[in-house]
Design a protein around this ligand. Sequence first.
Ligand code: CP
Ligand code: NVA
Length: 300
Amino acid sequence: MKRDFVTMFDLSKEEISEIFKLTKQLKESQNKGIEHKILKDKTLAMVFEKPSLRTRVTFETGMTHLGGHAIYLAPADIQLGKRETVPDAARNLSRWVDIIMARVFTHKTVEDIAKSASIPVINGLSDLEHPCQIMADLFTIIEKKGTLEDVTIAYVGDGNNVCNSFISASIVLGFKLNIATPAGHEPRKEYTEKAKNTKLTHNPIEAIADADIIYTDVWASMGQERETAKRKQIFMPFQINRELLQHTNKDYVVMHCLPAHRGEEISDEVIDGTNSIVLDQAENRLHAQKGIMVWLSQHN
Ligand code: CP
Ligand code: NVA
């Protein structure tokens, strides 16, 4: 049976380890200049309902390294659900290409693509989850800290797709997660209800005090642009800045999935500071997604 990667819940702890092992090998091959055309002549269709820099470039570049080809389908190209139904588009793509990656507004759209497609489907971000981001981030944390055991991650800001994927990852993998959001902006209840290792608070200081990783993301996600001004007022106490970081007790690193809105969720001095590993994260999107594509192709 074909496998999809639509949410972190789609993988077991062992399978995530297998993908990290592949990711490490693929990164080493690339760094040593060793050819690794494992997906020679395979094609990835990349369906985008929203803008992207990292996701588009890393998937497309990853496919080039693996000997395959990626097709970018811009929001106006296939107009999912408008020109034809989502299942019809997914069934057509399945007759031509080998993998589909989709960035969508509504999570149900990527679920529907996965249900109708006969090939692996990867979630490149939905309103509910951003699992490729979290795979790259967890791989980065393992590179820096050696393990996920005994690591505490503090997520500070909006309880959004990235936050939800940290929770689903914590449920599968068991690392400790502290989440600080303003009241009314908590992550999805159906996720937090199941999350034994997750602490929820409205106090950013409480969340970061014992954290090894301090993570933030934009306060208004794609699709919420009209709420930007209102959110800025509510979220300002949650900004990751030098003053807040005085309350940390550990040798922490700062992470952000990017794009960053400098001066909002994170100050310039912090994102450009010595504890920031945001570019390592961005680089690892490439390696982790190559690992995901190779693993899915092996399990198809
Ligand atoms: N982090 C991330 O997914 O970036 P893009 O929106 O640029 O793809
Ligand atoms: N939460 C952000 C992540 C962007 C990569 C958004 O959905 O816009």
